[in-house]
Design a protein. Structure first.
Length: 204
């Protein structure tokens, strides 16, 4: 992960740590989250990312005024489960909505939840936001509206809202709300030079 001009690498084992230490000495901070450059110096099998990291303070917040009724729901609610199912495994997993610790802020249409957002409280007072809009309802600004409610909730709780995005539509929503892109994160799975017992996900 590269954030604000600093970088950190987390690894699953001592062997991978040694491998990464050698590779890191040859790479700049920006190259640590460059898939092509990593493949030149490491036995990379799979890659997740890179994901952009956005942060927001109250002074830069641009709340969306959608004129929609925002309601609160409990994580695990059957309506949220139905939204996750409609979105499909990949989009549901990308959203991280199942892991939120805050209330879920939702928009309903015809008694169905069509957009939902919440956040997971992370260490150091970070609120990691999770947003999901049902297929067929995207491109209407729903993500901005429900995300605004979660951002207000996080800021009022004294937390720093964080938005992690890979897809471009998610990045557009973050920027529209005033989030500033301050870093990026990339996860890789190594092989070849790493034994099966120690191969695992390395996050940079």
């Amino acid at each position: 992960m590269v954030l604000g001009g600093a970088s950190i690498v987390t690894v699953p084992s001592v062997q991978v740590a040694k491998l990464m230490a050698g590779a890191s000495s040859k790479l700049s901070d920006d190259e640590l989250v460059d898939e092509d450059r990593l493949r030149e110096v490491l036995p990379v099998l799979d890659v997740l990312g890179p994901a952009s990291l956005f942060y927001l303070d109250r002074a830069n917040f641009l709340p969306a005024q959608g004129g929609l009724a925002i309601e609160e729901a409990v994580c695990g609610d059957s309506e949220l489960a139905a939204l996750l199912a409609r979105a499909g495994e990949e989009d549901a997993g990308e959203s991280g909505l199942e892991d939120i610790t805050s209330p879920a802020f939702v928009v309903r249409e015809s008694d169905d939840v069509v957009a939902a957002v919440g956040y997971q409280a992370w260490p150091q007072s970070v609120a990691h936001l999770s947003v999901l809009v049902a297929p067929g309802h995207r491109g209407r600004g729903l993500a901005r509206v429900v995300a605004s409610a979660a951002v207000v909730h996080a800021l009022d709780a004294g937390l720093l809202p964080q938005w992690r995005a890979r897809p471009h539509p998610s990045k557009r929503v973050a920027r529209a709300l005033g989030f500033q892109e301050l870093g990026s994160q990339l996860s890789v799975r190594l092989g070849d030079a790493v034994s099966p017992a120690t191969a695992g996900e390395t996050a940079v």
